[in-house]
Design a protein around this ligand. Structure first.
Ligand code: GDP
Length: 449
């Protein structure tokens, strides 16, 4: 595909040592060459770096290094020039303005990656992984994004599509060439185990993706407990331990502030820490009804109790309120004694002010949410909610296909569900046109003899 030539600054705004301006498109060498004093870029070898100056009608704008990447072995597969100029927004903007006045277009957000996709160098899963890499805040997030960028998800999805296609092709042959001896006759009874095998595999992938999602999205967590039990002390010691705070994000409502914290590789998204920090107490501040809402929306509740006292009525109420939810009971102030008696419940004892027991807490979170066996195995883990959502649609379509087969519906009904499953998989990678399906299908069976 041929597109116009685009330009954008690849580095973030603000003061920095250098900025990188990226130009991609057919005319990128000639357009940059027009404003560059130095070696002739149009004659330069691919993957080389050149020293020179950017000028505008005789006036020197900046001393720069220019890298040349010739099509097709580039990020977008197009001709790419990267100009490394001095930092600060002004110089970079000046250079971009000159290029624009010479007919280069300012790129839209993500347009370089979009071109890499449209030009067939990467699929959608790889494009999405680039954003995940840029946004990664933990080692595990980076690991999953890297695997996705390497194409692991693409390969997994392509293989599943291939398996479905084999069944579809078999059905097609049966319908179109009933007399064709070489091909196994595919009855409803024969088709059921084939689709069930696929469905089992998809169910397994969906199950394993829970770990991926926890890593990518983090765990929405609330810390609750009666006043003075040590909630803010716990939060502070978790943050101080540099396990460590990542950001303070302003929430959507005025009261709600979220803090993200990296607890031994698992990101906890702490909701409503404002309640803990400012007025000290979420229950006191927003009342039991709103806490109920916070509790019902959380993936994890850290319920803080006082290890040095007996249970109070409010403790009991909170225990009742969080029953059946994913929760960790924390017995704080263990340095002051051991009076809490919660039969049959597992309690992690800590001392927030003495920084004791925090590792056990981190391990408990990992144990609840992170399947390390899956993480460290060669299994490809899906982490992106869009991919997992699509996979659930595939699962539904395959279940429908099995039901149709069991109900003894004509085999073309089953084929419709299978095609749907195939197309849903293709939406994950961005390759699912009917043309693709037909091309693939006919490349498998050369029946047109
Ligand atoms: P919150 O109202 O639940 O946020 O409780 P705070 O974190 O403000 O703590 C209430 C009081 O308990 C403060 O005086 C803390 O210093 C004290 N405290 C918190 N954690 C501990 C602990 O582990 N041991 C002891 N001895 N005191 C603690």
């Amino acid at each position: 595909m041929i597109f116009d030539t685009i330009v954008a600054k690849s580095t973030a705004d603000g003061i920095s040592a250098i900025n990188i301006i990226r130009v991609s498109g057919d005319e990128s060498f000639t357009k940059v060459n027009e404003i560059f004093k130095g070696p002739d870029l149009t004659k330069a070898k691919s993957h080389t770096v050149h020293y020179g100056h950017i000028h505008n009608q005789g006036e020197i704008i900046d001393e720069v290094m220019v890298s040349i990447f010739k099509t097709p072995k580039t990020f977008t597969t197009e001709n790419i020039v990267e100009i490394s100029c001095h930092g600060g927004n002004f110089i970079a903007n000046e250079i971009i303005k000159i290029l624009i006045s010479n007919g280069v277009r300012l790129a839209q957000r993500g347009e370089f990656t979009k071109r890499a996709y449209l030009n067939g160098r990467i699929d959608l899963t790889e494009a999405e992984s680039i954003m995940d890499m840029v946004n990664a805040k933990s080692h595990n997030q980076l690991k999953i994004a890297n695997e996705q960028l390497r194409g692991d998800v693409k390969v997994l999805i392509n293989t599943l599509q291939e398996n479905i296609l084999n069944i579809i092709a078999n059905i097609e042959v049966n319908i179109d060439y009933p007399e064709y001896d070489d091909v196994e006759e595919l009855t409803n009874t024969l088709v059921i185990p084939k689709i069930t095998g696929l469905l089992d595999n998809i169910n397994k992938i969906i199950k394993e993706s829970e770990t991926g999602q926890v890593i990518r999205e983090g765990i929405k967590t609330v810390i609750i407990g009666k006043p003075n039990v040590g909630k803010s002390s716990l939060l502070n010691s978790l943050l101080k331990e540099d396990k460590a705070i990542v950001t303070d994000i302003s929430g959507t409502t005025r009261d709600l502030i979220e803090a993200e914290l990296n607890l031994n590789g698992v990101i906890l998204k702490l909701v409503d820490t404002a309640g803990i920090r400012s007025t000290k107490d979420i229950i006191e501040r927003i009342g039991i009804n709103k806490s109920k809402k916070a509790i019902s929306e959380a993936d994890l509740i850290l319920l803080v109790l006082n290890q040095s006292e007996k249970l109070t009525e409010l403790d009991k109420e909170l225990l009742e309120l969080t029953k059946g939810k994913e929760r960790i009971l924390i017995g704080n102030k263990m340095d002051l004694g051991n009076k809490l008696n919660l039969e049959g419940e597992s309690v992690i004892n800590i001392s927030a002010i003495k920084n004791q027991g925090l590792d056990q807490l981190a391990n408990k979170v990992k144990q609840l949410f992170l399947n390390e066996k899956i993480l460290n195995s060669d299994t490809t883990i899906l982490s992106n909610a869009r991919h997992i959502g699509k996979l659930r649609e595939v699962k539904k379509a395959l279940e429908d296909a099995i039901k149709a087969a069991k109900d003894n519906l004509p085999i073309d009904f089953i084929e419709i569900d299978l095609r749907k499953a195939w197309a849903n998989l293709g939406e994950i990678t961005g390759k699912a046109t009917t043309d693709d399906l037909l091309n693939n299908l006919f490349s498998k069976f050369c029946l047109g003899k």
